[in-house]
Design a protein around this ligand. Structure first.
Ligand code: ADP
Ligand code: NA
Length: 327
């Protein structure tokens, strides 16, 4: 049976991009695959975090996994730092990587640019991809559902797995990415040429899954669009409305042509109002479920059991790897 692994960083509030590009899809795999869904808190510390907040965010994200429908009876939910093998294999993956291939990672280039001087770039940002490779490879993962932005990291993961196998003998499965056909890259509401991200300092640019839905509505109404007022999908010339259409298509399965026809003669205002309604209908039940879970000790039980299961699996791979390397 194939194995699915994916993770999300507990580094702030989850966005509708995280939901559509990754988390929502996790639910669809749990009946047919071995699934492990991880709260990757060690990735979150590549930039400074407040300890109390980080701890809170990890539990909150685990509760969100459950609120969106991941069933702990069908899938393993756990926190990365509770399974020591992640950090241990990450070191090995780092040693297997070269400076050149890590320097080529576009996420590193983007994030390190924000620091300007080389002196102050956190080294963790640089070795983030080998940690991600370790996360995936520990579980003999065959498929990784991720958003489009993680494609390059997954390519590196495949290279590292193949390199290890070639050097030390067959050890790792080579994982395939599962990128969604629609909604793989939801863009910022304010700068629709940039991906929507939970770390965007501009609050108006991002729809957060757990935010007050009146706020969500305002953000959608104020989303950047062009001035010609025609609801038509054209990423290059009309990135704003195209992004809103992508969001809607991901939630309703409507085609772009259907939407264009339905809003013929109407403006962006009508489209935005309807989109806000659709998003509210999607997020309201999820928020209610999440609120209940936050007060429920079941989340802690699930995380403890999840860590135990993940630990047992991860140790098997780590022992094999260390044995082959003479460690
Ligand atoms: P972020 O970039 O918001 O901090 P993470 O790095 O934690 O998110 O990514 C978690 C998952 O969500 C990954 O699979 C990633 O590909 C996906 N993802 C993140 N942002 C988006 C987006 N704007 N559109 C689609 N998927 C996304
Ligand atoms: Na990301």
């Amino acid at each position: 049976m194939s194995t699915i692994f994916s993770g999300v960083q507990p580094s702030g509030e989850m966005t509708i991009g995280n939901y559509i590009g990754a988390m929502r899809r996790f639910v669809t795999y749990q009946d047919t695959h071995n699934c492990l869904f991880c709260v990757v808190n060690q990735h979150a510390i590549t930039v400074p975090q407040k300890p109390d907040e980080l701890k809170q965010s990890a539990r909150k994200l685990a509760a969100l996994y459950m609120a969106i429908g991941i069933d702990p009876k069908k899938a393993t939910i756990f926190i990365q730092s509770e399974v020591r093998a992640h950090a241990a294999l990450a070191w090995i993956m780092t040693c297997l990587s070269s400076m050149g291939e890590l320097e080529r990672m576009t996420q590193y280039k983007d994030k390190s640019q924000q620091h300007g001087k080389n002196e102050t770039i956190p080294a963790g940002l640089f070795v983030y991809p080998p940690l991600m490779a370790a996360d995936i490879l520990l579980y003999q993962t065959t498929h990784v559902p991720v958003g489009d932005d993680q494609k390059q990291h997954l390519e590196l993961t495949r290279d590292l797995a193949a390199r290890f196998n070639a050097r030390y003998g067959e050890t790792f499965s080579i994982p395939e990415p599962l990128i969604a056909k629609s909604g793989a890259r939801i863009m910022s509401l304010q700068t629709p040429t940039k991906k929507m991200s939970k770390s965007d300092p501009n609050n108006a640019a991002t729809i957060f899954l757990l935010e007050d839905l009146a706020k969500t509505k305002k953000k959608i109404m104020r989303a950047q669009t062009d001035s010609d007022g025609i609801v038509r999908f054209d990423i290059e010339n009309k990135p704003g409305i195209s992004n809103l259409m992508t969001l809607r298509a991901a939630l309703t399965n409507e085609t772009m042509d259907t939407m264009t026809a339905a809003y013929d003669g109407k403006g962006y205002g009508d489209f935005k109002k309807d989109l806000a309604e659709i998003i509210t209908e999607t997020l309201a039940p999820l928020q209610e479920e999440h609120k209940k879970l936050m007060d429920d000790p079941i989340v802690d039980t699930v995380l403890n059991e999840g860590a135990e299961k993940a630990h047992a699996l991860a140790e098997q791979t780590l022992k094999k790897v260390e044995g082959k390397m003479g460690l």
